[in-house]
Design a protein around this ligand. Structure first.
Ligand code: SF4
Length: 367
């Protein structure tokens, strides 16, 4: 782990030099259009102006129309994109958030400068770090081998289900050598609860064989080696690098993709491009923790179908505020895991999580 810390320190030093945004302000970027009249009003005025021009009689009868915006302005309004609602974020969404004044949020900060985007992105990450100071990988593991296997198994299922399954797997096959020599049918039976168990059996036995044959039974600590293992893509490789080797990596899972688009950090849809775009907004040394913060927020509050905006601590910074339930009481009912007093996904979570009131997940079949 000392080499990992050195690597993290080296990355931090390198990123401190490259980031021209390091001296960022903590001020929230004010919405540039906050003081302007709402587009809906303009459109309505524009229509009145147009009709006033066509029918002078009507203009006499309706003097208010005379005061409408000039025709030129009306034409400009017609070309503008469909108006979006202006939303006012709550002053304080949860007890975990420091009080901040209510702000009008620009719902689509497309004209946001690069510097402003970097500041906003880093401010969101700092706020999330306060909300989830105990954020950690939600797969149980005791060594890199267990983590790479657990991450492969986590495809198309929950971390909870993997955590409930791997104790039996690693008790029976504790090393890559053991799993490489395993009877596939026995492994399939153990992995059945994770779904796609035949393909997953093939992957974990295949990657164990590759570890034994190509890497002396050790999980390699380099991206280019990890992605050569069967069933291991960039996402899995970064999970392993970041959490078992202390090497910075961004984990672009489904939550990460959804949230960074809601926050307008990037418009990219390809995971590799998202990784590059978001990585460029943060120092490398922040990447692993950033991934945890974003994924934790996606799992607990900013859900895919029903984001709990009314209970969201970063609502004042979010361009998508209002996409979900804004009523604080109703939003609180949408929270999950420790934010709702429910068990987490790990059977053996870190002590910091337990100290903060988090509860361990039950073993398989216990609930
Ligand atoms: S829950 Fe709502 S306010 Fe919070 S990050 Fe998600 S979309 Fe934005």
């Amino acid at each position: 782990m000392s080499s990992a810390k050195k690597a993290a320190a080296a990355n931090k030093a390198a990123s401190a030099g490259e980031a021209s945004f390091a001296e960022e302000s903590t001020a929230v970027e004010e919405a540039p259009s906050a003081g302007k009249a709402s587009p809906a009003k303009k459109t309505s005025s524009a229509k009145k102006a147009a009709s006033a021009k066509k029918a002078p009689a009507a203009r006499k009868k309706a003097p208010a129309a005379k005061k409408a915006a000039p025709v030129k302005k009306a034409a400009a309004v017609k070309k503008a994109p469909a108006p979006r609602k202006q939303v006012v974020a709550p002053q304080k969404a949860t007890a975990a958030v420091s009080a901040s004044p209510a702000r009008t949020v620009d719902p689509h900060p497309r004209g946001e400068s690069r510097t402003a985007l970097v500041r906003r992105a880093r401010r969101i990450d700092r706020e999330l770090a306060e909300v989830y100071p105990y954020a950690h990988p939600e797969l149980d593991f005791e060594n890199p081998f267990q983590l790479v296997v657990a991450t492969v198994l986590s495809a198309q299922t929950t971390d909870l289900r993997v955590n409930q399954t791997t104790p039996g797997l690693f008790a029976r096959y504790p090393t890559p050598e053991d799993l490489a020599a395993a009877n596939p049918e026995e492994v399939e039976e153990i992995l059945r609860p994770t779904g796609f168990f035949r393909a997953k059996t093939k992957s974990v036995i295949g990657l164990s064989k590759a570890l034994v044959e190509q890497f002396g039974g050790e999980v390699p600590g380099r991206l280019e080696d990890l992605v050569k293992l069967p069933g291991v893509g960039r996402k899995t490789a970064f999970v392993v690098l970041g959490n078992a080797f202390g090497r910075p990596g961004i984990t672009v899972d489904t939550h990460f993709q959804r949230l960074v688009r809601r926050w307008r950090w990037t418009e990219e849809t390809d995971p590799d491009k998202i990784e590059a775009a978001v990585g460029a907004l943060f120092p490398k040394s922040d990447w692993t923790d950033l991934s945890h913060h974003v994924i934790w927020h996606g799992r607990r509050i900013c859900h895919a179908r029903k984001p709990a905006c009314g209970a969201c601590p970063i609502a004042p910074l979010c361009p998508a505020y209002g996409e979900g339930e804004t009523d604080p009481e109703k939003a609180r009912k949408l929270l999950k895991y420790e934010k709702a007093g429910q068990p987490g996904q790990r059977l053996k979570p870190p002590q910091a999580y337990l100290d903060a009131g988090g509860r361990p997940a039950p073993p398989l079949g216990a609930g």
